[in-house]
Design a protein around this ligand. Sequence first.
Ligand code: ADP
Ligand code: MG
Length: 253
Amino acid sequence: MLLQAENIVKTFPKKNSGLFKKESLIAVNHVSLEIKADTTIGLVGESGSGKSTLGEVLGDLQKPSSGVIYYKGRDIRQLKGADYQAFRRNVQFIFQNPQGSMNPYYKIKQVLLEPLKALSEHYDEAEALVKVEQMMEDVGLDASYLDRYPSELSGGQSQRVAIGRALLLNPEIIICDECVSALDVSVQAQILNLLKRMQKLYHTSYLFISHDIATVKYMSDEVIVMFRGDVVEHGTTAEVLDDPKNDYTKKLL
Ligand code: ADP
Ligand code: MG
């Protein structure tokens, strides 16, 4: 098992809850799940159901209020130094707005080299550049984009860079949070197909987070449905999405 979440709870203090009566909002409510190698798990649910929070807790961008995340059987809180770095390298993210995670003063070349520099065990600039150029080809971008700034790229082109940047680290898992939601429909299809093609090449697992059931169905081997912080359905894509008795997924259609 690559990544395992056990009984994760994440609460936030409720706004306007008063000075003395501290109420909290339960964003993620006792959720357990497992991410295996070379699998895509779709995480679907209406807006505010806790998908992004769960994804960020899984990748240690947020700490859970309670519960444990295990990376290859080890509690991630116990991972130090090179072990934590391996976790960081192996669990990558792609977000809705790729430019938000790129330094606007970096050219694309630096955007792609930076994580390699920070997270590789042995970094060699010349070797890294060869990898970067190959990756540009893999994600369907002309090498001339390496000398451009993020703001000079379209949404789809930036998402290709973000996918390439994640894949350059040869991660075991990529958490894709609404990674096509901001793109035009025709570009969405291109990016989804790129992700699929890359999975065949690199055997990366995806946690594919989306409010859109059609894209989740297209992408996923397994589907998890969240509703107000709870996991309400979990099974193979066919079990969850083709079951006429499934009330929660009907609501999302
Ligand atoms: P989703 O990704 O499914 O749309 P989120 O995980 O973003 O849902 O949010 C789940 C719930 O937690 C929502 O009610 C949201 O308002 C709340 N929430 C998320 N992040 C924070 C935060 N940093 N502070 C307070 N409330 C938050
Ligand atoms: Mg979200």
